[in-house]
Design a protein around this ligand. Structure first.
Ligand SMILES: Nc1ncnc2c1ncn2[C@@H]1O[C@H](COP(=O)(O)OP(=O)(O)OP(=O)(O)O)[C@@H](O)[C@H]1O
Length: 711
């Protein structure tokens, strides 16, 4: 019986088909599971026929209905895996199929496709132009080096004509996938050794023999990042019948490598720019961990309740709603987990106060004690020094290092400050209140005495966790193999968390991985948004150096972000209403549009204007269910982790981003000043990187200095 495999290129077209056409595809695919190869070839309804003038002799078309054809790669080497590569209108099917050539990459051993005709037509003219060019993009790499990385003769000839990155991008759709990725990273200044490690080695099977000309079936089996082999009937019904979620099936090799590695000797750190599938990798890791033993328990944490809800939903999808598996995973925020621990082990828990309330308390403390520091300084000292190092006594405070703080505090000054801490804590006790971080500190203490609660901890959105929260996670699982799997992006740090994971007993050295392919946004949005961060460097997740967005890229293309300033806020909001109408006119559902601003005041105005214009609108903070129609409104902070087809970021003015009140004056603490500015910059970056297809950024009056080209 033949086997059936689906290329990712097929899903892009399948997803857009009308229901009856999809049913036709399903019916045709079932035949591949019911008939023998000779029966398939003889089947009148399927009409499996070769393509005239095809550059790949294995190319076949099949009939879906009068208008649609499927394009199939049929084995000609005695193996039996048929690969469905596309669904195309009848007239285009033959031209599409005739130009494509599938080959096995000599280095990765994966199956790749190229537009061989276009390459042949373009290369001679480009060679002429290249002869006159001042410099060529790949001149410094010898043919030998490129061949070792899997570049074949035709691609080598084309690569030798490329003068710059823009030209390389233009080649993207024509070149074989793995070879394009190799060239892309070389163009981005990665060394051939790094490219071999990150592109070739992650794909190449460990047992790859010397001969790259293996069968089509073997090449297909080597290409899990782009091809799904269907093993049984139920699986076929399931993947064709449900709304398709590519992330469940096709993982980038770098995602697969981190998520499905059998075991790690200790904590693992996975970083990557926005939309690189870190959350997806975390979810797959949970699936893997559950499969390794029948009764292990996993704690999966993220930053907000809304994100926890979405993790729960996606995990259920990935685990096929298997209740027994889902029961073994606790999905929650770190604060909620800590709250649960304290409630369970202490029997009661004071209620945590919010940031605003905390600030008010510090104000009262400063006033009452007549101290020479602002409430902002005291709150920061408490958060970044006292709670961060879990200092419980004056002696411990006197002995503590204040590295990272921009102002020195002599022993005498510390003695003067400590009563403020005591007063703050006694005021909390009086009110029978606490703070979230204090709950975490207590939870860590209780867990240290009672022992871990889980076998594995998986942490998403790790960049914003405070040391007190890390201590809870550290205590939730015993140190050892596969204890913590951590994903995060330091460029999205919006809550001023500074940690040294090593010092917290979470050593990740030697187990750090980076994801570079953005699956969410277009290259245009990504390039522009990366410009927001390019003037600065950010500390890495574990606090041991700096992080970088080098090599970060997207395969998607679309319009450039719409970036505009207006004379007044009124005009800006009016323009937004028009833009939203335009998007809806293009067929985008209101729920697929996200609108955000730094402050709720502006969001209120936007709400009223959209509402008055008859556009349904809801606030993200009200946690509307996914099926509730309405444009989503959120503050920039609440945009964390979310994504929308279209995103408008409003109010990006000099007064709001950065927001002066949230930035410590340089004369109070120069380091804190810099880090506050960085946090505000990251906030804009987070907001802008939520867009899948279109991004619009606007302001009225003076533009934010963080906007590329505005400083
Ligand atoms: N292998 C994949 N194939 C297809 N889509 C993917 C893949 N990996 C991730 N995605 C999609 O890309 C988008 C971003 O993924 P995800 O949320 O995991 O990224 P992230 O790195 O956690 O993002 P952020 O840091 O910005 O929150 C999601 O829509 C996800 O479904």
């Amino acid at each position: 019986m033949p086997q059936l495999a689906f290329a990712s290129s097929f899903w892009e077209s399948y997803d857009l088909l009308e229901k009856p056409v999809k049913a036709g595809v399903r019916k045709a695919m079932q035949k591949f599971q019911q008939l023998t190869v000779p029966e398939l070839q003889a089947d009148k309804g399927l009409h499996l026929e070769s393509v005239e003038n095809a550059r790949d002799p294995r190319m076949r078309t099949i009939r879906i209905n009068d208008f649609w054809r499927g394009v199939v790669l049929a084995p000609d080497d005695g193996t039996d895996v048929f690969l469905l590569v596309n669904v195309v209108p009848h007239d285009e099917a033959y031209t599409w199929a005739a130009k494509r050539l599938y080959t096995t990459n000599a280095a990765t051993r994966g199956l790749e496709v190229r537009n061989v005709v276009a390459l042949e037509q373009l290369t001679p003219a480009l060679e002429k132009a290249a002869a006159a060019a001042d410099s060529l993009l790949f001149a410094k790499f010898s043919d030998h080096v490129l061949r070792e990385l899997g570049i074949d003769e035709q691609v080598l000839r084309a690569a030798r004509t490329i003068v710059d990155k823009a030209q390389l991008q233009a080649f993207e759709k024509l070149l074989p996938e793995d070879q394009f990725e190799v060239l892309y990273f070389l163009a981005d200044d990665f060394s051939p050794e790094e490219v071999y490690r990150d592109v070739v080695a992650v794909r190449r099977p460990a047992d790859a023999g010397p001969d790259p000309d293996e069968s089509l079936a073997v090449a297909i089996a080597n290409t899990t990042g782009r091809i799904k082999l269907v093993t049984d009937r139920d699986e076929l019904d399931e993947i064709l019948g449900k709304p398709f979620a590519a992330w469940r099936i096709f993982l980038h090799p770098s995602q697969r490598r981190v998520a499905y590695r059998a075991s790690y000797s200790g904590p693992v750190q996975v970083t990557g720019g926005p939309g690189t599938g870190k959350t997806v990798a975390a979810l797959h890791r949970v699936k893997h961990l559950l499969s390794r033993s029948p009764d292990s328990r996993v704690l999966l944490t993220t930053y907000t309740n809304a994100l926890a809800a979405s993790l729960r939903e996606n995990l259920a999808l990935l685990l096929d709603h298997d209740a027994a598996l889902l029961d073994r995973v606790e999905v929650t925020t770190v604060n909620a987990y800590a709250h649960g621990v304290v409630g369970r082990l202490d029997g009661h828990i004071p209620s945590p106060i919010g940031d605003r309330e905390e600030r008010r308390l510090w104000q009262r403390v400063a006033k009452k004690l007549g101290l020479p520091w602002t409430e902002q300084f005291l709150a920061q000292e408490y958060r970044h020094v006292i709670l961060a190092q879990d200092l419980r006594t004056l002696e411990a405070y006197l002995a503590a290092s204040r590295r990272g703080r921009g102002s020195a505090l002599s022993a005498a000054r510390r003695q003067q400050l400590w009563p403020a801490v005591e007063l703050f804590e006694s005021m909390l006790r009086e009110q029978k209140a606490t703070t979230h971080l204090k709950v975490c500190a207590r939870a860590a203490e209780l867990l240290a005495a009672s022992g871990p609660t889980h076998d594995h901890v998986v942490v998403d959105e790790a960049q914003d966790l405070h040391p007190a929260q890390w201590r809870v996670l550290r205590a939730a699982v015993a140190p050892g193999r596969d204890d913590l799997f951590i994903t995060g992006d330091p460029h999205q740090r919006i809550y001023d968390a500074r940690v040294s994971l090593g010092a917290l007993g979470i050593p990740v050295t030697g187990r750090t991985h980076r994801l570079r392919l953005n699956y969410r946004s277009t290259e245009e949005t990504l390039t522009w948004s990366t410009g927001v961060m390019s003037p600065v460097t950010v500390d890495d997740l574990g606090g041991d150096g700096s992080d970088t967005l080098v090599g970060y890229r997207s395969l998607l293309h679309g319009r450039r972000p719409h970036v505009a300033g207006y004379g007044s806020e009124q005009e800006e909001v009016a323009a937004l209403v028009e833009r939203v109408r335009e998007w809806i006119g293009q067929g985008i559902r209101p729920a697929e549009i996200g609108v955000c601003a730094r402050f709720n005041v502006l969001l209120d105005k936007i709400y009223d204007k959209l509402d008055a214009a008859g556009v349904p609108v809801v606030r993200v903070r009200d946690q509307p269910a996914a099926d509730v129609e309405g444009v989503r409104l959120a503050t920039m902070h609440a945009m964390k982790g979310l994504e929308f087809r279209c995103v408008a970021v409003l109010g990006v003015t000099a007064g709001a981003v950065p927001f002066a009140r949230e930035v410590t004056p340089a004369e109070v603490d120069a380091l804190q000043h810099e880090s506050d500015l960085l946090r505000e910059r990251c906030l804009l970056f987070v907001a802008c990187t939520r867009a899948r297809e279109e991004l619009s950024v606007s302001w009225s009056g003076k533009a934010s200095p963080f906007l590329p080209g505005q400083a």
